[in-house]
Ligand binder design. Sequence first.
Ligand code: CP
Ligand code: NVA
Length: 302
Amino acid sequence: MKRDVLSILDLPDLEKVLDLATEMKNGQTTGKEMTGKSLAMIFEKSSTRTRVSFEVAMTQMGGHSIFLSQNDTQLGRGETVADTARVLGRFVDAIMYRAYRHTDVLELAKHSRVPVINALDDMEHPCQIAADMLTIREHKGTLKGLKLAYVGDGNNVANSLLLACAMVGMNTSLGCPEGYTIDSNILSKATSIAKENDSLVETVTDPFVAVKDADVIYTDTWVSMGDEDQVSQRKKDLMPYQVNMKLMSAAKPDAIFMHCLPAHRGDEVTDEVMDGENSAVFDQAENRLHAQKAILRTVIND
Ligand code: CP
Ligand code: NVA
Protein backbone atom coordinates (compact mmCIF):
# COMPACT_ATOMS: atom_id res chain seq x y z
CA MET A 1 0.00 0.00 0.00
CA LYS A 2 1.48 3.38 -1.01
CA ARG A 3 1.90 6.15 1.52
CA ASP A 4 0.93 9.70 0.43
CA VAL A 5 1.76 12.87 2.37
CA LEU A 6 -1.11 15.20 1.45
CA SER A 7 -1.52 16.71 4.91
CA ILE A 8 0.74 16.91 7.95
CA LEU A 9 -1.79 14.47 9.47
CA ASP A 10 -0.38 11.86 7.05
CA LEU A 11 2.75 11.87 9.22
CA PRO A 12 1.24 10.57 12.48
CA ASP A 13 4.75 9.38 13.34
CA LEU A 14 6.09 12.92 12.91
CA GLU A 15 8.60 12.73 15.76
CA LYS A 16 10.05 9.51 14.29
CA VAL A 17 10.40 11.24 10.92
CA LEU A 18 12.19 14.09 12.72
CA ASP A 19 14.51 11.57 14.41
CA LEU A 20 15.41 10.18 10.98
CA ALA A 21 15.98 13.72 9.69
CA THR A 22 18.32 14.45 12.60
CA GLU A 23 20.19 11.19 12.02
CA MET A 24 20.70 12.04 8.35
CA LYS A 25 21.63 15.65 9.15
CA ASN A 26 24.31 14.39 11.56
CA GLY A 27 25.64 12.00 8.91
CA GLN A 28 24.79 8.90 10.94
CA THR A 29 23.28 7.07 7.94
CA THR A 30 24.85 6.40 4.55
CA GLY A 31 22.22 8.39 2.68
CA LYS A 32 22.30 6.52 -0.63
CA GLU A 33 18.85 5.03 -0.19
CA MET A 34 17.44 6.67 -3.35
CA THR A 35 19.86 4.99 -5.75
CA GLY A 36 17.95 4.25 -8.96
CA LYS A 37 14.85 6.13 -7.73
CA SER A 38 13.20 9.04 -9.54
CA LEU A 39 11.00 11.83 -8.20
CA ALA A 40 8.73 13.86 -10.49
CA MET A 41 8.16 17.40 -9.22
CA ILE A 42 5.15 19.27 -10.62
CA PHE A 43 5.10 23.01 -9.95
CA GLU A 44 2.03 25.12 -10.75
CA LYS A 45 3.52 27.95 -8.68
CA SER A 46 6.97 29.50 -8.13
CA SER A 47 9.46 28.06 -5.67
CA THR A 48 13.03 28.56 -4.48
CA ARG A 49 13.38 26.46 -1.31
CA THR A 50 11.06 23.57 -2.15
CA ARG A 51 12.46 22.95 -5.60
CA VAL A 52 16.10 23.21 -4.63
CA SER A 53 15.81 21.23 -1.39
CA PHE A 54 13.91 18.35 -3.04
CA GLU A 55 16.37 18.24 -5.96
CA VAL A 56 19.41 18.31 -3.68
CA ALA A 57 17.83 15.73 -1.34
CA MET A 58 17.34 13.26 -4.19
CA THR A 59 20.85 13.91 -5.57
CA GLN A 60 22.54 13.50 -2.18
CA MET A 61 20.68 10.22 -1.60
CA GLY A 62 21.78 8.84 -4.98
CA GLY A 63 18.47 9.40 -6.81
CA HIS A 64 17.17 11.71 -9.50
CA SER A 65 14.49 14.40 -9.71
CA ILE A 66 12.60 15.79 -12.69
CA PHE A 67 11.30 19.38 -12.61
CA LEU A 68 7.98 19.76 -14.40
CA SER A 69 6.46 23.20 -14.65
CA GLN A 70 2.78 23.15 -15.49
CA ASN A 71 3.34 25.30 -18.56
CA ASP A 72 5.91 22.97 -20.08
CA THR A 73 3.83 19.82 -19.66
CA GLN A 74 0.57 18.68 -21.21
CA LEU A 75 -1.16 19.59 -17.90
CA GLY A 76 -0.97 23.18 -19.10
CA ARG A 77 -2.70 22.17 -22.36
CA GLY A 78 -5.62 20.37 -20.75
CA GLU A 79 -4.43 16.83 -19.99
CA THR A 80 -6.23 15.91 -16.79
CA VAL A 81 -4.61 15.61 -13.38
CA ALA A 82 -5.88 12.00 -13.23
CA ASP A 83 -4.27 11.02 -16.55
CA THR A 84 -1.05 12.79 -15.58
CA ALA A 85 -1.01 10.74 -12.37
CA ARG A 86 -1.60 7.49 -14.29
CA VAL A 87 1.25 8.25 -16.71
CA LEU A 88 3.83 9.53 -14.22
CA GLY A 89 3.17 6.53 -11.98
CA ARG A 90 4.46 4.29 -14.79
CA PHE A 91 7.84 6.06 -14.78
CA VAL A 92 8.77 7.39 -11.37
CA ASP A 93 8.87 6.25 -7.74
CA ALA A 94 7.08 9.28 -6.23
CA ILE A 95 5.47 12.55 -7.29
CA MET A 96 5.85 15.87 -5.52
CA TYR A 97 3.11 18.38 -6.37
CA ARG A 98 2.83 22.15 -5.69
CA ALA A 99 -0.69 23.09 -6.70
CA TYR A 100 -3.22 25.87 -6.47
CA ARG A 101 -6.04 23.58 -5.34
CA HIS A 102 -5.93 20.98 -2.58
CA THR A 103 -8.58 19.04 -4.54
CA ASP A 104 -6.09 18.63 -7.40
CA VAL A 105 -3.52 17.17 -5.00
CA LEU A 106 -6.14 14.70 -3.74
CA GLU A 107 -7.06 13.85 -7.35
CA LEU A 108 -3.43 13.22 -8.31
CA ALA A 109 -2.96 10.95 -5.31
CA LYS A 110 -6.18 9.06 -6.05
CA HIS A 111 -5.02 8.14 -9.56
CA SER A 112 -1.30 7.66 -8.91
CA ARG A 113 0.08 4.25 -8.08
CA VAL A 114 3.16 5.85 -6.51
CA PRO A 115 3.23 8.07 -3.39
CA VAL A 116 2.30 11.74 -3.75
CA ILE A 117 3.84 14.46 -1.57
CA ASN A 118 2.03 17.78 -1.16
CA ALA A 119 4.58 20.56 -1.67
CA LEU A 120 2.05 23.34 -0.88
CA ASP A 121 -1.50 23.97 -1.97
CA ASP A 122 -4.27 26.29 -0.80
CA MET A 123 -4.89 24.20 2.34
CA GLU A 124 -1.56 22.91 3.60
CA HIS A 125 2.25 22.95 3.40
CA PRO A 126 3.24 19.76 5.29
CA CYS A 127 6.88 19.57 4.15
CA GLN A 128 7.53 23.09 5.43
CA ILE A 129 6.01 22.28 8.78
CA ALA A 130 8.02 19.07 9.21
CA ALA A 131 11.17 21.21 8.74
CA ASP A 132 9.81 23.77 11.20
CA MET A 133 9.15 21.19 13.90
CA LEU A 134 12.73 19.96 13.44
CA THR A 135 13.94 23.56 13.82
CA ILE A 136 11.93 24.20 16.99
CA ARG A 137 13.19 20.95 18.50
CA GLU A 138 16.79 21.91 17.72
CA HIS A 139 16.41 25.38 19.25
CA LYS A 140 14.35 24.43 22.29
CA GLY A 141 15.39 20.82 22.90
CA THR A 142 11.78 19.65 23.04
CA LEU A 143 8.35 20.26 21.50
CA LYS A 144 5.73 19.15 24.03
CA GLY A 145 4.53 21.92 26.34
CA LEU A 146 5.99 24.84 24.34
CA LYS A 147 3.77 27.73 23.27
CA LEU A 148 3.75 28.87 19.63
CA ALA A 149 2.00 32.07 18.59
CA TYR A 150 1.06 32.46 14.92
CA VAL A 151 0.18 36.02 13.92
CA GLY A 152 -1.14 37.36 10.64
CA ASP A 153 -2.94 35.60 7.81
CA GLY A 154 -4.56 32.25 8.72
CA ASN A 155 -3.32 30.54 5.55
CA ASN A 156 -2.02 27.17 4.29
CA VAL A 157 1.14 27.38 6.41
CA ALA A 158 -0.88 28.27 9.51
CA ASN A 159 -3.18 25.29 8.90
CA SER A 160 -0.39 22.71 8.79
CA LEU A 161 1.43 24.41 11.66
CA LEU A 162 -1.61 24.34 13.91
CA LEU A 163 -2.22 20.65 13.20
CA ALA A 164 1.44 19.76 13.79
CA CYS A 165 1.56 21.65 17.10
CA ALA A 166 -1.54 19.78 18.26
CA MET A 167 0.01 16.44 17.20
CA VAL A 168 3.17 17.00 19.25
CA GLY A 169 1.44 18.53 22.29
CA MET A 170 2.45 22.16 21.77
CA ASN A 171 0.10 24.96 22.82
CA THR A 172 -0.92 27.35 20.07
CA SER A 173 -2.30 30.86 20.07
CA LEU A 174 -3.57 32.21 16.75
CA GLY A 175 -3.63 35.98 16.48
CA CYS A 176 -5.47 36.71 13.24
CA PRO A 177 -7.87 39.55 12.39
CA GLU A 178 -11.45 38.96 11.33
CA GLY A 179 -11.61 37.84 7.73
CA TYR A 180 -8.17 36.18 8.00
CA THR A 181 -8.94 33.50 10.56
CA ILE A 182 -7.94 29.90 10.11
CA ASP A 183 -10.08 27.34 8.25
CA SER A 184 -12.83 26.23 10.65
CA ASN A 185 -12.48 22.49 9.89
CA ILE A 186 -8.73 22.62 10.54
CA LEU A 187 -9.35 24.54 13.76
CA SER A 188 -11.82 22.00 15.12
CA LYS A 189 -9.62 19.06 14.05
CA ALA A 190 -6.57 20.66 15.71
CA THR A 191 -8.53 21.45 18.86
CA SER A 192 -9.59 17.84 19.30
CA ILE A 193 -6.08 16.47 18.56
CA ALA A 194 -4.61 19.00 21.02
CA LYS A 195 -7.01 17.86 23.70
CA GLU A 196 -5.83 14.26 23.30
CA ASN A 197 -2.26 15.50 23.76
CA ASP A 198 -2.98 17.74 26.78
CA SER A 199 -2.37 20.96 24.90
CA LEU A 200 -4.45 24.02 24.05
CA VAL A 201 -5.50 25.97 20.97
CA GLU A 202 -6.49 29.60 21.49
CA THR A 203 -7.82 32.06 18.90
CA VAL A 204 -7.59 35.81 19.55
CA THR A 205 -7.59 38.97 17.47
CA ASP A 206 -4.99 40.92 19.48
CA PRO A 207 -1.45 39.92 18.42
CA PHE A 208 -0.07 41.07 21.79
CA VAL A 209 -2.39 38.66 23.59
CA ALA A 210 -1.37 35.86 21.19
CA VAL A 211 2.37 36.24 21.85
CA LYS A 212 2.17 36.47 25.65
CA ASP A 213 4.52 33.83 27.15
CA ALA A 214 5.23 32.41 23.68
CA ASP A 215 8.40 30.39 23.03
CA VAL A 216 7.99 30.74 19.27
CA ILE A 217 6.50 33.55 17.18
CA TYR A 218 5.64 32.54 13.62
CA THR A 219 4.32 34.60 10.74
CA ASP A 220 3.98 34.24 6.99
CA THR A 221 3.38 36.48 4.00
CA TRP A 222 0.16 38.48 3.91
CA VAL A 223 -0.23 37.76 0.20
CA SER A 224 0.02 34.08 -0.63
CA MET A 225 0.41 32.86 -4.19
CA GLY A 226 -3.03 33.22 -5.72
CA ASP A 227 -4.03 36.21 -3.51
CA GLU A 228 -2.20 38.83 -5.58
CA ASP A 229 -5.41 40.67 -6.54
CA GLN A 230 -5.93 41.70 -2.87
CA VAL A 231 -2.49 43.19 -2.11
CA SER A 232 -3.50 46.65 -0.91
CA GLN A 233 -6.47 45.51 1.21
CA ARG A 234 -4.40 42.78 2.84
CA LYS A 235 -1.53 45.13 3.68
CA LYS A 236 -3.98 47.56 5.29
CA ASP A 237 -5.80 44.89 7.31
CA LEU A 238 -2.70 43.03 8.44
CA MET A 239 -0.29 45.87 9.27
CA PRO A 240 -1.23 45.74 13.01
CA TYR A 241 0.03 42.12 12.94
CA GLN A 242 3.55 42.98 11.78
CA VAL A 243 6.21 41.15 13.77
CA ASN A 244 8.52 43.92 14.99
CA MET A 245 10.71 44.34 18.06
CA LYS A 246 7.76 45.62 20.10
CA LEU A 247 5.76 42.47 19.42
CA MET A 248 8.82 40.23 19.99
CA SER A 249 9.41 41.87 23.36
CA ALA A 250 5.89 40.91 24.47
CA ALA A 251 6.85 37.18 24.22
CA LYS A 252 9.36 35.26 26.36
CA PRO A 253 12.84 36.88 26.21
CA ASP A 254 14.27 33.78 24.50
CA ALA A 255 11.40 33.40 22.03
CA ILE A 256 12.53 32.51 18.53
CA PHE A 257 11.14 34.09 15.36
CA MET A 258 10.07 31.84 12.51
CA HIS A 259 8.89 32.40 8.93
CA CYS A 260 8.65 29.85 6.14
CA LEU A 261 10.05 32.43 3.66
CA PRO A 262 9.97 34.17 1.26
CA ALA A 263 9.56 37.16 3.61
CA HIS A 264 8.36 40.59 2.64
CA ARG A 265 10.59 42.74 4.80
CA GLY A 266 8.79 45.82 6.10
CA ASP A 267 5.40 44.13 5.77
CA GLU A 268 4.82 41.05 7.95
CA VAL A 269 8.28 41.32 9.56
CA THR A 270 10.88 44.02 10.09
CA ASP A 271 14.57 43.73 9.17
CA GLU A 272 15.48 43.96 12.84
CA VAL A 273 13.50 40.80 13.68
CA MET A 274 14.46 38.87 10.53
CA ASP A 275 18.16 39.59 11.09
CA GLY A 276 17.99 39.56 14.89
CA GLU A 277 19.71 37.02 17.12
CA ASN A 278 16.43 35.22 17.86
CA SER A 279 15.62 34.63 14.20
CA ALA A 280 15.54 30.97 13.13
CA VAL A 281 14.40 31.57 9.56
CA PHE A 282 17.50 30.31 7.76
CA ASP A 283 17.70 27.23 9.98
CA GLN A 284 14.14 26.49 8.87
CA ALA A 285 15.20 26.85 5.23
CA GLU A 286 18.15 24.48 5.71
CA ASN A 287 15.97 21.97 7.50
CA ARG A 288 13.73 21.65 4.44
CA LEU A 289 16.54 19.51 3.02
CA HIS A 290 16.90 17.25 6.05
CA ALA A 291 13.19 16.86 6.79
CA GLN A 292 12.39 16.09 3.16
CA LYS A 293 15.11 13.46 2.98
CA ALA A 294 13.35 11.76 5.89
CA ILE A 295 9.94 12.12 4.23
CA LEU A 296 11.27 10.71 0.94
CA ARG A 297 12.77 7.74 2.79
CA THR A 298 9.50 7.21 4.64
CA VAL A 299 7.35 7.08 1.49
CA ILE A 300 9.73 5.62 -1.09
CA ASN A 301 10.86 2.19 -0.05
CA ASP A 302 11.17 -1.19 -1.62
N1 CP B 1 8.87 28.09 2.04
C1 CP B 1 8.75 27.67 0.78
O1 CP B 1 8.02 26.72 0.45
O2 CP B 1 9.51 28.36 -0.12
P1 CP B 1 9.47 28.26 -1.69
O3 CP B 1 8.17 28.87 -2.16
O4 CP B 1 10.66 29.07 -2.14
O5 CP B 1 9.57 26.83 -2.11
N1 NVA C 1 1.55 31.05 2.27
C1 NVA C 1 2.55 31.18 1.23
C2 NVA C 1 3.70 30.25 1.48
C3 NVA C 1 4.82 30.34 0.48
C4 NVA C 1 5.90 29.33 0.73
C5 NVA C 1 1.91 30.91 -0.13
O1 NVA C 1 1.06 30.01 -0.22
O2 NVA C 1 2.25 31.60 -1.09
